[in-house]
Design a protein around this ligand. Structure first.
Ligand code: NAP
Length: 253
């Protein structure tokens, strides 16, 4: 059977996981891991060819939706899918990082990042949590940069501070109800868009390692944040203990 881009895929005995940004990188690794763990995956991103190939590879019963989550229409169609399906696990993973000096980077790029990294995450989290039941889980992919902004990634870092803070607040609101809420805060992860060629290899994780840490966190009821890797956890701790000026200096070189 061919996987289909149905707006409301038919019911299935398996729990359903919707992953945004599932066409590449960490999102793609989530899709593979969740399918292997027995989830029916709904993969969302812009490129339909990549999504079609991915869901065909995952096997029967998986679905995809081509949606640009920087647009109102793309977010609305994805939110409708979340409310109408139902979805048991939502992974808000899609995100972009535009690097460069703040003043010479076109403001349109900042707006795109804000729409994808903040607005879409907020609207989709709302659509999900409004109907979530005990046992369901929301995982928002943030970054260690949310605690330690980088000068040439000012807007990106700020969007991740937003995502972490939003998710922590949602965790506080929901964790007693049995609905799991988690902010996943990876450090450097080798993906096609962010290969991190210049970084020491021991500091760079694979998407599969990041996903494994997230799945452990979900299983063990960790939260509100999960930071993959001991060095990243040490870094995250340091950002809380050090004076703010020192933290800002950590990533300035
Ligand atoms: N890589 C790292 O070092 C790192 C570190 C910390 C946190 N993160 C976070 O982890 C998440 C995934 O990062 P990644 O490196 O795996 O990214 P990636 O390899 O660039 O993949 C991004 C995915 O998002 C989709 N996407 C991009 N723009 C979209 C849009 N407007 N609407 C819908 N889908 C869109 C892309 O597919 P299409 O192009 O087909 O839409 C792709 O499937 C992001 O939130 C990122 O901020 C990454």
């Amino acid at each position: 059977m061919q996987p289909t881009p149905l707006p409301h895929p038919p019911a299935d005995a398996r729990p359903t996981a919707l992953v945004t940004g599932a066409g590449a990188g960490i999102g793609r690794a989530f899709a593979h891991r969740l399918a292997a763990d027995g989830y029916r995956v709904i993969a969302v991103a812009r490129d339909p060819d990549r999504l079609r190939a991915l869901t065909a590879h995952l096997g029967p019963g998986h679905h995809w939706l081509a949606a640009d989550l920087t647009t109102e229409d793309g977010v609305r169609r994805t939110a409708d899918l979340i409310t109408g399906t139902p979805v048991h696990l939502l992974i808000n993973n899609a995100g972009t990082a535009v690097a460069g000096p703040f003043t010479t980077t076109p403001p349109e790029q900042a707006q795109e990042m804000l729409r994808l990294n903040c607005l879409a995450v907020t609207v989709l989290s709302h659509a999900f949590l409004a109907r979530a039941r005990p046992g369901d889980a929301l995982l928002n992919v943030s970054s260690t940069l949310g605690w330690a902004p980088k000068a040439d990634l000012a807007v990106y870092s700020a969007t991740k501070a937003f995502t972490t803070t939003l998710t922590e607040a949602l965790w506080a609101a929901h964790h007693r109800s049995g609905v799991r809420v988690l902010a996943l805060c990876p450090g450097m992860t080798a993906t096609a868009s962010q290969p991190h060629h210049d970084a020491p290899r021991r500091l760079v994780h694979t998407p599969e390692q990041v996903v494994a840490a997230a799945m452990r966190g979900l299983r063990d009821g960790d939260g509100p944040t999960v930071v993959p890797g001991a060095v990243n956890r040490l870094f995250a701790l340091a950002t809380r203990l050090l004076p703010r000026r020192r933290t800002l200096g950590l990533l300035s070189h």
